[in-house]
Design a protein around this ligand. Structure first.
Ligand SMILES: [Zn+2]
Length: 412
Protein backbone atom coordinates (compact mmCIF):
# COMPACT_ATOMS: atom_id res chain seq x y z
CA UNK A 1 0.00 0.00 0.00
CA UNK A 2 1.14 3.50 -0.74
CA UNK A 3 1.81 5.47 2.42
CA UNK A 4 -0.61 8.22 1.35
CA UNK A 5 -3.48 5.71 1.65
CA UNK A 6 -3.14 6.35 5.41
CA UNK A 7 -4.75 9.78 4.77
CA UNK A 8 -7.97 7.97 3.76
CA UNK A 9 -7.82 4.94 6.03
CA UNK A 10 -9.67 5.01 9.37
CA UNK A 11 -10.34 2.37 12.00
CA UNK A 12 -13.81 0.87 11.38
CA UNK A 13 -14.46 0.78 15.15
CA UNK A 14 -13.03 3.99 16.71
CA UNK A 15 -12.81 6.07 13.51
CA UNK A 16 -9.22 6.99 14.38
CA UNK A 17 -6.33 7.58 12.01
CA UNK A 18 -3.90 4.72 11.51
CA UNK A 19 -0.13 4.94 11.74
CA UNK A 20 2.59 2.37 11.24
CA UNK A 21 3.70 1.08 14.67
CA UNK A 22 7.38 1.83 14.20
CA UNK A 23 8.47 -0.18 17.24
CA UNK A 24 7.14 -3.43 15.69
CA UNK A 25 8.33 -5.37 12.63
CA UNK A 26 7.77 -3.47 9.38
CA UNK A 27 9.16 -3.49 5.87
CA UNK A 28 8.77 -0.75 3.27
CA UNK A 29 9.85 -0.29 -0.34
CA UNK A 30 10.10 3.42 -1.15
CA UNK A 31 6.64 4.91 -0.54
CA UNK A 32 5.03 1.48 -0.23
CA UNK A 33 4.30 -0.22 3.07
CA UNK A 34 4.73 -3.96 2.45
CA UNK A 35 4.38 -5.69 5.81
CA UNK A 36 3.62 -3.79 9.01
CA UNK A 37 1.28 -3.23 11.93
CA UNK A 38 -1.10 -0.26 11.82
CA UNK A 39 -2.36 1.18 15.10
CA UNK A 40 -5.31 3.48 15.97
CA UNK A 41 -6.85 4.52 19.34
CA UNK A 42 -8.38 1.10 19.94
CA UNK A 43 -6.77 -1.63 17.90
CA UNK A 44 -3.96 -2.96 15.71
CA UNK A 45 -4.25 -4.26 12.13
CA UNK A 46 -1.71 -5.99 9.89
CA UNK A 47 -0.52 -4.95 6.46
CA UNK A 48 0.23 -8.21 4.63
CA UNK A 49 1.98 -8.21 1.23
CA UNK A 50 1.04 -4.54 0.83
CA UNK A 51 -2.66 -5.04 1.66
CA UNK A 52 -4.06 -3.50 4.87
CA UNK A 53 -6.36 -5.97 6.65
CA UNK A 54 -8.97 -3.85 8.45
CA UNK A 55 -11.07 -6.49 10.17
CA UNK A 56 -10.69 -8.87 13.11
CA UNK A 57 -11.58 -12.27 11.60
CA UNK A 58 -9.49 -15.11 13.06
CA UNK A 59 -7.20 -15.25 9.99
CA UNK A 60 -6.52 -11.53 10.31
CA UNK A 61 -5.67 -11.84 13.99
CA UNK A 62 -3.37 -14.79 13.28
CA UNK A 63 -1.71 -12.87 10.43
CA UNK A 64 -1.20 -9.86 12.70
CA UNK A 65 0.53 -12.09 15.26
CA UNK A 66 2.82 -13.49 12.53
CA UNK A 67 3.78 -9.98 11.38
CA UNK A 68 4.46 -8.95 14.99
CA UNK A 69 6.72 -11.99 15.26
CA UNK A 70 8.60 -10.90 12.11
CA UNK A 71 7.20 -13.72 9.91
CA UNK A 72 5.50 -12.00 6.95
CA UNK A 73 5.59 -15.19 4.83
CA UNK A 74 3.49 -17.01 7.38
CA UNK A 75 1.11 -14.05 7.66
CA UNK A 76 0.64 -14.26 3.88
CA UNK A 77 -0.16 -17.96 4.13
CA UNK A 78 -2.68 -17.32 6.95
CA UNK A 79 -4.59 -14.79 4.84
CA UNK A 80 -5.02 -17.25 1.96
CA UNK A 81 -6.44 -19.86 4.36
CA UNK A 82 -5.36 -22.74 2.12
CA UNK A 83 -6.34 -26.16 3.39
CA UNK A 84 -2.94 -27.70 3.99
CA UNK A 85 0.80 -27.19 3.57
CA UNK A 86 0.80 -28.87 0.15
CA UNK A 87 -1.90 -26.55 -1.21
CA UNK A 88 -0.10 -23.54 0.28
CA UNK A 89 3.20 -24.56 -1.30
CA UNK A 90 1.55 -25.06 -4.72
CA UNK A 91 -0.06 -21.63 -4.55
CA UNK A 92 3.15 -19.94 -3.42
CA UNK A 93 4.97 -21.47 -6.37
CA UNK A 94 2.46 -19.78 -8.71
CA UNK A 95 2.53 -16.56 -6.67
CA UNK A 96 6.28 -16.05 -7.10
CA UNK A 97 6.33 -16.99 -10.80
CA UNK A 98 6.32 -13.95 -13.08
CA UNK A 99 5.02 -16.16 -15.93
CA UNK A 100 1.93 -17.36 -14.04
CA UNK A 101 -1.53 -16.46 -15.34
CA UNK A 102 -4.69 -15.41 -13.51
CA UNK A 103 -6.22 -18.77 -14.42
CA UNK A 104 -3.27 -20.71 -12.97
CA UNK A 105 -3.39 -18.68 -9.77
CA UNK A 106 -7.15 -19.25 -9.45
CA UNK A 107 -6.69 -22.99 -10.07
CA UNK A 108 -3.95 -23.12 -7.42
CA UNK A 109 -6.36 -21.58 -4.90
CA UNK A 110 -8.36 -24.79 -5.13
CA UNK A 111 -11.90 -25.89 -5.99
CA UNK A 112 -13.48 -23.98 -3.09
CA UNK A 113 -12.46 -20.70 -4.72
CA UNK A 114 -15.16 -19.34 -7.05
CA UNK A 115 -12.81 -19.05 -9.99
CA UNK A 116 -14.75 -20.16 -13.06
CA UNK A 117 -17.29 -17.45 -12.71
CA UNK A 118 -14.63 -14.75 -12.51
CA UNK A 119 -12.69 -16.00 -15.52
CA UNK A 120 -15.65 -15.14 -17.77
CA UNK A 121 -16.59 -11.95 -15.94
CA UNK A 122 -15.61 -9.49 -18.68
CA UNK A 123 -18.37 -10.64 -21.02
CA UNK A 124 -21.16 -11.45 -18.59
CA UNK A 125 -24.27 -9.24 -18.80
CA UNK A 126 -23.94 -8.10 -15.18
CA UNK A 127 -20.45 -6.78 -15.84
CA UNK A 128 -21.36 -5.15 -19.15
CA UNK A 129 -24.12 -3.07 -17.57
CA UNK A 130 -22.03 -2.20 -14.50
CA UNK A 131 -19.08 -1.10 -16.64
CA UNK A 132 -21.24 1.09 -18.90
CA UNK A 133 -22.93 2.76 -15.91
CA UNK A 134 -19.54 3.30 -14.22
CA UNK A 135 -18.12 4.93 -17.35
CA UNK A 136 -21.14 7.17 -17.80
CA UNK A 137 -21.35 8.34 -14.17
CA UNK A 138 -17.60 8.75 -13.56
CA UNK A 139 -17.36 10.92 -16.70
CA UNK A 140 -19.58 13.41 -14.84
CA UNK A 141 -18.60 13.11 -11.16
CA UNK A 142 -14.96 11.96 -11.03
CA UNK A 143 -12.50 14.85 -11.55
CA UNK A 144 -8.92 14.21 -12.79
CA UNK A 145 -7.59 14.43 -9.20
CA UNK A 146 -10.54 12.51 -7.70
CA UNK A 147 -10.71 9.03 -6.30
CA UNK A 148 -13.14 6.13 -6.73
CA UNK A 149 -13.87 3.05 -4.65
CA UNK A 150 -15.26 -0.35 -5.63
CA UNK A 151 -16.94 -1.74 -2.48
CA UNK A 152 -17.10 -5.55 -2.16
CA UNK A 153 -15.33 -5.54 -5.52
CA UNK A 154 -14.01 -9.11 -5.37
CA UNK A 155 -11.06 -9.76 -7.67
CA UNK A 156 -11.27 -6.32 -9.22
CA UNK A 157 -12.94 -6.80 -12.60
CA UNK A 158 -15.03 -3.64 -12.30
CA UNK A 159 -12.19 -1.86 -10.44
CA UNK A 160 -10.14 -2.26 -13.60
CA UNK A 161 -12.50 0.10 -15.42
CA UNK A 162 -11.71 2.74 -12.74
CA UNK A 163 -7.91 2.49 -13.07
CA UNK A 164 -6.59 5.46 -15.01
CA UNK A 165 -9.83 7.48 -14.85
CA UNK A 166 -8.25 9.78 -12.26
CA UNK A 167 -4.71 10.41 -11.09
CA UNK A 168 -5.32 8.78 -7.71
CA UNK A 169 -5.52 4.99 -7.66
CA UNK A 170 -9.01 3.57 -7.15
CA UNK A 171 -9.54 1.65 -3.93
CA UNK A 172 -10.77 -1.94 -4.12
CA UNK A 173 -12.42 -3.04 -0.87
CA UNK A 174 -13.31 -6.67 -0.20
CA UNK A 175 -13.37 -9.17 2.66
CA UNK A 176 -11.44 -11.85 0.75
CA UNK A 177 -7.71 -11.31 0.79
CA UNK A 178 -7.06 -13.80 -2.04
CA UNK A 179 -9.35 -11.87 -4.40
CA UNK A 180 -7.63 -8.58 -3.55
CA UNK A 181 -4.25 -10.13 -4.19
CA UNK A 182 -5.42 -11.48 -7.58
CA UNK A 183 -6.82 -8.05 -8.46
CA UNK A 184 -3.60 -6.17 -7.77
CA UNK A 185 -1.47 -8.81 -9.50
CA UNK A 186 -3.61 -9.56 -12.59
CA UNK A 187 -7.05 -8.02 -12.98
CA UNK A 188 -6.63 -4.39 -11.89
CA UNK A 189 -2.93 -3.54 -11.50
CA UNK A 190 -2.67 -0.02 -10.14
CA UNK A 191 -5.60 -0.31 -7.72
CA UNK A 192 -5.20 0.06 -3.94
CA UNK A 193 -6.67 -3.05 -2.29
CA UNK A 194 -8.08 -2.81 1.25
CA UNK A 195 -9.30 -5.93 3.04
CA UNK A 196 -12.43 -5.02 5.03
CA UNK A 197 -15.92 -6.25 5.90
CA UNK A 198 -19.00 -4.80 4.18
CA UNK A 199 -20.98 -5.69 7.33
CA UNK A 200 -18.91 -3.24 9.41
CA UNK A 201 -18.32 0.51 9.09
CA UNK A 202 -16.12 1.16 6.06
CA UNK A 203 -12.51 1.89 7.12
CA UNK A 204 -12.30 5.24 5.32
CA UNK A 205 -12.58 8.89 6.20
CA UNK A 206 -15.80 10.78 5.45
CA UNK A 207 -16.17 12.27 1.89
CA UNK A 208 -13.03 10.44 0.73
CA UNK A 209 -14.37 9.45 -2.72
CA UNK A 210 -16.14 11.17 -5.59
CA UNK A 211 -17.46 7.85 -6.89
CA UNK A 212 -18.61 4.87 -4.83
CA UNK A 213 -19.80 1.67 -6.50
CA UNK A 214 -20.92 -1.76 -5.30
CA UNK A 215 -21.73 -4.33 -7.98
CA UNK A 216 -23.32 -7.77 -7.61
CA UNK A 217 -22.66 -7.83 -3.87
CA UNK A 218 -25.12 -5.61 -1.99
CA UNK A 219 -27.68 -8.46 -1.63
CA UNK A 220 -25.06 -10.64 0.09
CA UNK A 221 -24.60 -8.06 2.86
CA UNK A 222 -26.69 -8.60 5.97
CA UNK A 223 -26.30 -5.06 7.43
CA UNK A 224 -27.67 -3.25 4.38
CA UNK A 225 -28.79 -0.20 6.38
CA UNK A 226 -25.21 0.24 7.58
CA UNK A 227 -23.58 -0.34 4.18
CA UNK A 228 -25.91 2.11 2.40
CA UNK A 229 -25.19 4.78 5.05
CA UNK A 230 -21.49 4.07 4.85
CA UNK A 231 -21.38 4.30 1.05
CA UNK A 232 -23.10 7.70 1.27
CA UNK A 233 -20.81 8.83 4.13
CA UNK A 234 -17.58 8.11 2.24
CA UNK A 235 -18.91 9.82 -0.92
CA UNK A 236 -18.26 13.53 -1.40
CA UNK A 237 -21.36 15.80 -1.53
CA UNK A 238 -20.96 16.31 -5.30
CA UNK A 239 -20.09 12.65 -5.89
CA UNK A 240 -22.24 9.63 -6.75
CA UNK A 241 -23.13 6.29 -5.22
CA UNK A 242 -24.01 3.44 -7.59
CA UNK A 243 -25.30 -0.01 -6.69
CA UNK A 244 -25.37 -2.22 -9.74
CA UNK A 245 -26.85 -5.68 -10.08
CA UNK A 246 -28.84 -5.65 -6.84
CA UNK A 247 -31.07 -8.74 -6.80
CA UNK A 248 -34.81 -8.07 -6.59
CA UNK A 249 -36.63 -10.00 -3.84
CA UNK A 250 -39.75 -10.12 -6.07
CA UNK A 251 -37.97 -12.29 -8.67
CA UNK A 252 -36.32 -15.68 -8.47
CA UNK A 253 -32.51 -15.76 -8.70
CA UNK A 254 -30.21 -18.83 -8.65
CA UNK A 255 -27.81 -17.13 -6.20
CA UNK A 256 -30.21 -14.73 -4.55
CA UNK A 257 -28.38 -13.83 -1.33
CA UNK A 258 -30.67 -11.71 0.88
CA UNK A 259 -32.36 -9.46 -1.68
CA UNK A 260 -34.78 -6.57 -1.05
CA UNK A 261 -37.76 -5.38 -3.11
CA UNK A 262 -37.11 -2.22 -5.19
CA UNK A 263 -38.79 0.22 -2.79
CA UNK A 264 -36.60 -1.03 0.09
CA UNK A 265 -33.41 -0.36 -1.88
CA UNK A 266 -34.82 3.08 -2.71
CA UNK A 267 -35.51 3.78 0.97
CA UNK A 268 -31.93 2.92 1.97
CA UNK A 269 -30.54 5.66 -0.30
CA UNK A 270 -33.49 8.04 0.13
CA UNK A 271 -31.45 11.07 1.25
CA UNK A 272 -29.82 11.17 -2.20
CA UNK A 273 -33.14 10.75 -4.09
CA UNK A 274 -31.89 7.68 -5.99
CA UNK A 275 -33.14 6.71 -9.44
CA UNK A 276 -33.56 3.05 -10.21
CA UNK A 277 -33.20 1.12 -13.43
CA UNK A 278 -34.09 -2.35 -14.68
CA UNK A 279 -30.81 -4.01 -15.66
CA UNK A 280 -32.24 -5.83 -18.70
CA UNK A 281 -33.40 -2.52 -20.22
CA UNK A 282 -29.93 -1.00 -19.77
CA UNK A 283 -28.39 -4.13 -21.31
CA UNK A 284 -30.60 -3.86 -24.39
CA UNK A 285 -29.59 -0.21 -24.81
CA UNK A 286 -25.90 -1.17 -24.59
CA UNK A 287 -26.20 -4.12 -26.99
CA UNK A 288 -27.97 -1.78 -29.47
CA UNK A 289 -24.92 0.52 -29.33
CA UNK A 290 -26.38 3.12 -26.97
CA UNK A 291 -27.20 5.63 -25.77
CA UNK A 292 -27.41 4.52 -22.14
CA UNK A 293 -30.47 6.32 -20.87
CA UNK A 294 -30.12 7.30 -17.20
CA UNK A 295 -32.48 10.26 -17.52
CA UNK A 296 -35.67 9.18 -15.84
CA UNK A 297 -35.41 6.07 -13.77
CA UNK A 298 -37.68 3.18 -14.74
CA UNK A 299 -41.32 2.84 -13.67
CA UNK A 300 -42.34 0.82 -10.65
CA UNK A 301 -43.90 -2.08 -12.60
CA UNK A 302 -40.75 -2.49 -14.73
CA UNK A 303 -38.61 -2.59 -11.57
CA UNK A 304 -40.91 -5.11 -9.89
CA UNK A 305 -40.64 -7.45 -12.89
CA UNK A 306 -36.86 -7.23 -13.12
CA UNK A 307 -34.43 -9.78 -11.62
CA UNK A 308 -31.66 -7.21 -10.98
CA UNK A 309 -31.62 -3.46 -10.43
CA UNK A 310 -29.21 -0.57 -10.88
CA UNK A 311 -29.44 2.27 -8.33
CA UNK A 312 -27.86 5.66 -9.03
CA UNK A 313 -27.84 8.07 -6.07
CA UNK A 314 -26.37 11.56 -6.49
CA UNK A 315 -27.24 15.23 -6.14
CA UNK A 316 -25.68 15.84 -9.54
CA UNK A 317 -28.65 16.29 -11.89
CA UNK A 318 -26.33 16.19 -14.92
CA UNK A 319 -25.80 12.44 -14.35
CA UNK A 320 -29.45 11.82 -15.19
CA UNK A 321 -29.45 12.03 -18.96
CA UNK A 322 -28.74 9.81 -21.96
CA UNK A 323 -25.03 8.92 -22.27
CA UNK A 324 -23.23 8.02 -25.49
CA UNK A 325 -21.25 4.79 -25.23
CA UNK A 326 -17.53 5.17 -25.96
CA UNK A 327 -16.09 3.04 -28.79
CA UNK A 328 -13.42 0.52 -27.70
CA UNK A 329 -10.12 2.41 -27.59
CA UNK A 330 -6.63 1.31 -26.57
CA UNK A 331 -6.61 -1.87 -24.48
CA UNK A 332 -5.91 -1.65 -20.77
CA UNK A 333 -4.45 -5.15 -21.24
CA UNK A 334 -4.70 -6.78 -24.67
CA UNK A 335 -7.53 -7.60 -27.06
CA UNK A 336 -8.03 -11.36 -27.27
CA UNK A 337 -10.76 -13.84 -28.13
CA UNK A 338 -13.28 -14.25 -25.30
CA UNK A 339 -12.35 -17.39 -23.29
CA UNK A 340 -15.96 -18.61 -23.71
CA UNK A 341 -15.08 -19.46 -27.35
CA UNK A 342 -13.24 -22.48 -28.66
CA UNK A 343 -11.27 -21.98 -31.89
CA UNK A 344 -10.92 -24.57 -34.65
CA UNK A 345 -8.66 -23.90 -37.62
CA UNK A 346 -10.21 -24.85 -40.96
CA UNK A 347 -7.85 -23.95 -43.83
CA UNK A 348 -7.77 -20.19 -44.23
CA UNK A 349 -10.69 -19.84 -41.85
CA UNK A 350 -11.21 -20.18 -38.12
CA UNK A 351 -14.43 -21.43 -36.59
CA UNK A 352 -15.45 -19.96 -33.22
CA UNK A 353 -17.92 -21.83 -31.05
CA UNK A 354 -19.51 -20.56 -27.86
CA UNK A 355 -19.00 -22.99 -24.97
CA UNK A 356 -20.49 -22.08 -21.61
CA UNK A 357 -18.43 -23.56 -18.75
CA UNK A 358 -21.47 -25.14 -17.08
CA UNK A 359 -25.25 -25.43 -17.26
CA UNK A 360 -25.47 -23.22 -14.18
CA UNK A 361 -23.43 -20.51 -15.86
CA UNK A 362 -25.53 -20.74 -19.01
CA UNK A 363 -28.73 -20.42 -17.01
CA UNK A 364 -27.53 -17.50 -14.87
CA UNK A 365 -26.05 -15.55 -17.78
CA UNK A 366 -28.41 -16.55 -20.58
CA UNK A 367 -28.76 -12.87 -21.54
CA UNK A 368 -25.22 -13.13 -22.94
CA UNK A 369 -26.83 -14.76 -26.00
CA UNK A 370 -28.12 -11.29 -26.93
CA UNK A 371 -24.60 -10.44 -28.11
CA UNK A 372 -22.47 -13.62 -28.10
CA UNK A 373 -23.20 -15.56 -31.31
CA UNK A 374 -23.24 -19.37 -31.04
CA UNK A 375 -21.04 -20.31 -33.89
CA UNK A 376 -19.37 -18.40 -36.73
CA UNK A 377 -16.43 -18.36 -39.08
CA UNK A 378 -13.85 -15.65 -39.68
CA UNK A 379 -10.71 -15.40 -41.80
CA UNK A 380 -7.52 -16.67 -40.18
CA UNK A 381 -5.73 -13.46 -41.19
CA UNK A 382 -8.17 -11.38 -39.15
CA UNK A 383 -7.76 -13.37 -35.97
CA UNK A 384 -3.99 -13.68 -36.37
CA UNK A 385 -3.71 -9.96 -35.46
CA UNK A 386 -4.59 -10.93 -31.87
CA UNK A 387 -3.49 -10.35 -29.15
CA UNK A 388 -3.31 -6.66 -29.89
CA UNK A 389 -3.24 -3.36 -28.02
CA UNK A 390 -5.99 -1.95 -30.28
CA UNK A 391 -8.97 -3.57 -31.96
CA UNK A 392 -7.58 -4.84 -35.28
CA UNK A 393 -9.25 -3.59 -38.46
CA UNK A 394 -12.24 -5.75 -39.31
CA UNK A 395 -12.83 -6.93 -35.74
CA UNK A 396 -14.74 -3.84 -34.50
CA UNK A 397 -18.06 -5.61 -34.62
CA UNK A 398 -16.70 -8.62 -32.72
CA UNK A 399 -15.32 -6.25 -30.06
CA UNK A 400 -18.72 -4.56 -29.74
CA UNK A 401 -20.29 -8.00 -29.31
CA UNK A 402 -17.71 -9.05 -26.68
CA UNK A 403 -16.38 -11.92 -28.79
CA UNK A 404 -13.09 -10.01 -28.77
CA UNK A 405 -12.33 -8.58 -25.32
CA UNK A 406 -9.83 -6.26 -23.67
CA UNK A 407 -8.44 -8.76 -21.14
CA UNK A 408 -5.71 -8.32 -18.54
CA UNK A 409 -2.29 -9.54 -19.61
CA UNK A 410 -1.49 -13.06 -18.40
CA UNK A 411 -5.22 -13.71 -17.86
CA UNK A 412 -5.62 -17.22 -19.27
ZN1 LIG B 1 -9.66 1.94 16.40
Amino acid sequence: MRRDLLDLLRCPFCGGRLEVVESLFHSCEGDDIVDAILGCHCCVYPVVAGIPVMHLDPAAVAAREEIEAGRPDRAFRRMFALEDEGAAARFEEVAVSTAATYREAVDALGPRFEGGYFLYRFSDPTYIVAEAVVRAVTAIVLPPDGRAIDVCGGSGHLTRSLVGLSSRAPVLADLYFAKLWLARRFTAPGCEPVCCDGNAPLPFTTRAFQFVVCSDAFHYIWTKRLLASEMMRVASPDGAVVVSHAHNARQWNPSAGMPLPPEAYHALFEELAPRMFAESTLLREIVAGGPLDLSGGHPRDALDAEPALTIVATRREDVFRAHRLPAPGAAAGEFRVNPLYSLEADGEQVRLRLRFPSDDYEQEYSAARLYLADDFIIARTEISALPSSRVPAGLDDLARRRVVLDLPKRYY
